[in-house]
Design a protein around this ligand. Structure first.
Ligand SMILES: Nc1nc2c(ncn2[C@@H]2O[C@H](COP(=O)(O)OP(=O)(O)OP(=O)(O)O)[C@@H](O)[C@H]2O)c(=O)[nH]1
Ligand SMILES: [Mg+2]
Length: 386
């Protein structure tokens, strides 16, 4: 072999070794270069049917044929938006979109929550957007701030380590307060007590399609407890001990584990190892009776007592998702393909052409996150098809 040939072979060898080293040491690189991700980027994703379509009878203004119309039913439901005063413009944009795409036809109320009093500016800029009832609530101190029994030295060490490892929000205490509040407290707020169902919305999200059915009514009629639009892998370094505690809890309370649950979506070995899949909780439509019930109450208290919301950086997304997967049956978890939804940087766009047209969607189906290498959607599809 001549010198050039040797150089070429050497460089190729170096590139391949570097690729494998990066795949094992950097999760994001590994996912981005996975075969599944590359094939979907090359247009390998085909139209996959919507696995759980909302029946025509739920659509307004009219269903087809002689089906009974269910559009006049209403649910005991509210939107809930946690926001800071500084989030006002993003909140206005989100409320404007959900009003235009859905709520102008339904008039469901809103509850805004904040650990600080909402400013007059926030209240007036948001209230002007809709005639639907809006309430602005203050979060009690003990629902928000780090509890006294947390070992601050240990918590500081945990945060410093995450900062050193460049973990997003790794050094933030307020982010941890927010995750713990969303995990265990929002549904206990006095303004939320009168409602059973909620739809969580964040500032600066997008609703890309007309939603001409009522997700709350559909869920109530079908005995659902939790609905999602996007599912993905969690960043393992934010929850190193979470799954161990989940396993311990299940051993202590086998009576709470639902029959026909969705554990198989999150673990491929019967619950030994967590595959990090979870529902992205910045979008949630769910039944607060589920969070307020005995299983989740005991589960949250157990997890909270371990301190991982502060010593690590447990997110409300894995906590809610794991609970839904264990304490509900798999058919109580709903994937709403019809709801085109975006929270930067990911978008779920309806899969089928009919769904996309019916919703007059503004999202690009080719850029939908569903079959991105970082998404758990193909796992969900396989899981519920079984
Ligand atoms: N009142 C209040 N709301 C907060 C605070 N931190 C976050 N939030 C809200 O909690 C929700 C989640 O916070 P985000 O900062 O969006 O967290 P994230 O979605 O994980 O991260 P991003 O990718 O930055 O959006 C949003 O509705 C925020 O407005 C806080 O300190 N106080
Ligand atoms: Mg957000």
């Amino acid at each position: 072999m001549n010198t050039w040939g040797r150089y070429l072979l050497l460089s190729l060898g170096l590139i391949i070794s570097l690729h494998f080293i990066l795949q094992f040491t950097h999760e994001d690189y590994g996912r981005a270069t996975s075969l599944q991700n590359i094939s979907s980027k090359l247009g390998g994703s085909k139209q996959t049917p919507n696995p759980s379509p909302v029946p025509d009878a739920y659509y307004q203004p009219a269903g087809k044929g002689n089906e009974t119309l269910l559009v006049d039913k209403r649910a005991n439901a509210t939107f809930v938006i946690l926001a800071r005063n500084s989030d006002v413009s993003g909140t206005v944009r989100s409320v404007r979109e959900i009003e235009d795409r859905f709520n102008k036809n339904y008039g469901y109320p809103y509850v805004f929550l904040n650990e600080e009093p909402f400013s007059e500016e926030f209240k007036s800029r948001v209230s002007v957007l809709s005639a639907a009832p809006m309430e602005f609530g203050h979060i009690p101190k003990d629902h928000w701030f780090q509890p006294d029994w947390i070992d601050e030295e240990k918590a500081t060490k945990g945060r410093d380590q995450m900062v050193a490892e460049n973990i997003i929000y790794g050094g933030s205490v307020s982010y941890r307060n927010m995750c713990r509040f969303n995990s265990g407290f929002f549904f206990r707020h006095p303004l939320m007590q009168k409602y059973r169902w909620y739809w969580r919305i964040e500032p600066d999200v997008h609703f890309h399609c007309n939603i001409e059915f009522d997700p709350f009514v559909y869920m109530e009629d079908h005995n659902k407890v939790y609905a999602f639009t996007i599912t993905m892998y969690e960043y393992e370094k934010t929850i190193p001990t979470l799954w161990g505690h989940v396993r311990d809890f299940i051993k202590l309370h086998p009576e709470f584990v639902a029959k026909d649950n969705a554990m198989g979506f999150m673990s491929h070995d019967g619950g030994d190892k967590y595959n990090l899949c979870h529902f992205w909780s910045n979008f949630e439509v769910a039944d607060m009776n589920f969070w307020r019930g005995p299983a989740y109450t005991a589960f949250f208290e157990y997890l909270d007592s371990k301190g991982g919301f502060y010593y690590e950086r447990w997110g409300d997304a894995p906590v809610h998702s794991i609970a839904a997967a264990i304490f509900a049956s798999k058919d109580q978890i709903q994937f709403f393909d019809e709801i085109g939804y975006e929270h930067n940087p990911y978008t779920h766009c309806p899969r089928t052409k009919e769904g996309w047209e019916r919703g007059r969607c503004s999202c690009d189906q080719n850029k939908s996150f569903d079959y991105d290498g970082y998404s758990c959607m193909s796992k969900w599809d396989r899981f519920i098809a079984d």
